[in-house]
Design a protein around this ligand. Structure first.
Ligand SMILES: NC(=O)c1ccc[n+]([C@@H]2O[C@H](COP(=O)([O-])OP(=O)(O)OC[C@H]3O[C@@H](n4cnc5c(N)ncnc54)[C@H](OP(=O)(O)O)[C@@H]3O)[C@@H](O)[C@H]2O)c1
Length: 248
């Protein structure tokens, strides 16, 4: 059975909503301590109010796209404030549907900042031996099935997620056997992200392709938490597609 001790401390980004919120709450319920990072304090506090052990849920308000190059120092500051980390679930992200005809540099840059550059520089901080424990440390990043398959009109998002999946594999090779690094790649999950009108109509067009319907945040959180746990101690450098068998 998967469980954690409160000495095991994980950063969960995107903890104010959707998959990150579900992951933070589940980790907390299973006994781990969490540093929950996002921009919206009200939503972070709401998430904390749902926790089984609120005393082990620490809120940190941060825009991860501000001063990305300095994120390793941000991780160090969190380590100094709390303690060494056992790992991270990077669940922050934005999506984007912009046909190439109207795709501009800013849109591309906005997507890459939070979906690619920020997770890489957070990992740069986390993989510093001074910030991470030496026993079963694990990092899980939420990529997307869009990073494995291609979707019409999603050049920026598919590109950023594909880049993240492969870079995570590179990083896993650098840090074996000290730190495990894996990505999970869900398809459409029912979160505030997929409530946005363009995305919603995009999903509605292919609803018949999902044998189990749209996924729930917990369907992804369960996999993330498994990969963080010691039960997954033999798994690194992998990308797990979570799409109810609807193979792209
Ligand atoms: N939902 C899906 O169908 C689906 C499918 C495949 C992959 N994914 C991926 O799963 C991850 C989570 O998505 P979700 O569906 O849970 O979305 P969501 O409900 O919209 O949550 C996104 C989270 O990212 C945080 N965030 C966004 N920009 C940020 C920034 N600049 N700095 C710090 N935090 C930021 C948001 O927090 P604040 O707004 O409070 O900052 C929020 O907590 C994303 O990477 C997404 O690409 C989702």
């Amino acid at each position: 059975m998967i469980n954690f001790s409160k000495e095991q401390l994980y950063i969960v980004t995107g903890a104010s909503s959707g998959i990150g919120e579900a992951t933070a709450i589940l980790l907390n319920e299973l006994g781990a301590s969490v540093v929950a990072v996002a921009r919206n304090i009200e939503r972070l506090n709401k998430m904390k109010s749902k926790c089984k052990y609120p005393e082990n849920m620490h809120i940190e308000v941060k825009d991860l796209t501000q001063d990305i190059e300095n994120l390793p120092n941000y991780v160090k500051s969190l380590k100094d404030k709390y303690s060494k980390f056992s790992g991270m679930a990077y669940c922050a992200g934005i999506t984007d549907v912009t046909p190439l005809k109207v795709l501009d540099y800013k849109t591309m840059d906005d997507v890459f900042k939070i979906d690619y550059y920020a997770p890489i520089f957070m990992m740069k901080g986390l993989t510093d031996k001074r910030n991470i424990v030496q026993d079963n440390a694990s990092i899980v990043l939420v990529a997307s099935s869009s990073g494995v398959g291609a979707k019409r009109g999603m050049t920026a998002y598919c590109g950023a997620k594909a880049a993240l999946i492969n870079s995570a594999k590179c990083i896993s090779k650098e840090f074996i056997p000290l730190i495990r690094v894996n990505t999970v790649s869900p398809t459409d999950i029912d979160t505030p992200m997929t409530q946005e009108e363009t995305i919603k109509s995009f999903i509605n067009e292919r609803l018949d392709k999902y044998p189990f319907g749209i996924g729930e945040p917990m369907d992804v959180a369960n996999m993330i938490v498994y990969l963080l746990s010691k039960e997954a101690k033999y798994i690194s450098g992998q990308n797990y597609v979570i799409d109810a068998g609807n193979i792209l």
